[in-house]
Design a binder for this molecule. Structure first.
Ligand code: PMP
Ligand code: GLN
Length: 381
């Protein structure tokens, strides 16, 4: 056997793969990994088929199909008032995962400190480690998972290179507000610290709140890589298409990495989105669509012993099971899947220290019949 000295010795298989496999093996309803169980809009599917059938099957331009970059620029201008040049400041990527990896790789040099907020989406840390960066964690405050900006201020040193933010936040459903953006602006004033803003759930914000995109704030936008995902917005997580917005110099460095991670992303889906994005109501109605799902799920489990935490965005709902069990999240998630036949994600895996609040994350991007069946099981526990 040839052995390899691991670059990521402490990294295992991602929890999403683990729980989805366990759900499949146990025949459980899978509310763990975040993906819809309903189908893509037939019109969008037909557009992809149309572009495939009409011969658009070779490499797209490295930065992405021009018509799609134009659409992204228009949407960003309309929703957030920010101007990005489609020729030099927008890159289409193979999912947000690739955008995060490329942004982290181009931003972080050996020894740079990177401030992240835990619980943190699990793709950030491996990318930071591979770039030779040093992770510095600030913990979101349970139970509403807000940021204590004094802690952020204290975490900043002369070696701080980058902050990775995520709003709406996976796994907690917390969102950043205007006061957060003001605090962030204050703290970063006079520094060269960069931001990666993971905004893949930008269109899924509830209860009349607005999405605080980094692009709205020129002082923040000028130091930011802003990342989104078509997978979340159009119910097509399997198509792996996303994008990154960043000022010209940052985009140039981003593209140096992007072109050798993937070169270019899938051509027919890019062309399909370029056409489909003209139907603005599709993304403008998404928040209402998912708010209804959240409310339906919450009303279905009202009589259960699970206690909901606030979910102001994303398609995830955190539920405390403190009234049911004192087990660790990982153990309870496993038992919930194998015995009670509902799979969920234990957020403790998103903390370096494994912080355990006896809470699980449930994905409600599901057909009503799936939510009803899952809730019936949860109510019996
Ligand atoms: N960031 C967050 C917060 C996510 O939840 C996800 C995936 N669900 C991603 C990034 C990755 O998105 P994509 O599937 O487009 O790679
Ligand atoms: N982002 C999705 C989630 O949070 C899963 C992504 C993945 O499976 N890698 O569930």
């Amino acid at each position: 056997m040839i052995s390899l000295s691991s670059k990521l010795p402490n990294v295992g298989v991602t929890i999403f793969t683990v729980m989805t496999k366990l759900a499949g093996d146990a025949g459980a309803i899978n509310l763990s990994q975040g993906f819809p169980d309903f189908d893509v809009d037939p019109e969008l599917r037909e557009l992809v088929a149309k572009y495939m059938a009409s011969g658009h099957n070779q490499y797209a331009p490295m930065q992405g199909v021009p018509a799609l970059r134009q659409r992204i620029a228009e949407k960003t201008k309309e929703l957030y008032g920010a101007s990005y040049d489609p020729d030099t400041e927008i890159t289409v990527t193979s999912g947000a995962t690739e955008a995060l990896f490329s942004a982290i790789t181009c931003a972080v040099n050996r020894g740079d400190e990177v401030i992240m907020f835990e619980p943190a989406y699990d793709s950030y840390l491996p990318a930071v480690l591979l770039a030779g960066g040093k992770p510095v964690y600030v913990t979101l405050k349970h139970p509403d998972y807000h940021i204590d900006w004094n802690e952020v201020k204290d975490a900043i040193t002369s070696k701080t290179k980058l902050l990775i933010l995520n709003s709406p936040h996976n796994p907690t459903g917390a969102i950043l507000g205007r006061e957060d953006m003001a605090a962030l602006t204050d703290i970063l004033a006079g520094t060269d610290i960069l931001i990666i803003s993971d905004e893949v759930y930008e269109h899924i914000v509830f209860d009349g709140h607005r999405h605080e995109s980094m692009t709205r704030y020129p002082e923040l936008a000028r130091r930011s890589f802003v990342i989104s995902s078509f997978g979340k917005t159009y119910h097509v997580t399997g198509w792996k298409l996303g994008y990154c917005l960043a000022p010209r110099q940052l985009s140039a460095e981003f593209q140096k990495v992007h072109q050798f991670v993937t070169f270019a992303s899938n051509t027919p889906t890019q062309l399909a989105f370029a056409e489909f994005m003209g139907k603005k109501e599709k993304y403008l109605s998404l928040a209402g669509f998912y708010q209804e799902k959240r409310d339906r799920f919450l009303s279905l489990i009202k009589e259960s012993r699970f206690q909901p935490l606030p979910s102001l965005g994303t398609y995830f709902q955190m539920l405390s099971y403190e009234a049911i069990s004192a087990e660790k999240e990982i153990d309870f998630a496993r038992r919930l899947t194998t015995v009670h036949k509902v799979a969920a994600i234990p957020p403790s895996v998103f903390y370096v220290g494994g912080d355990d609040h006896k809470t699980l994350r449930f994905c409600f991007a599901k057909k009503d019949e799936t939510l009803i069946a899952a809730a019936e099981k949860l109510c019996k526990i």
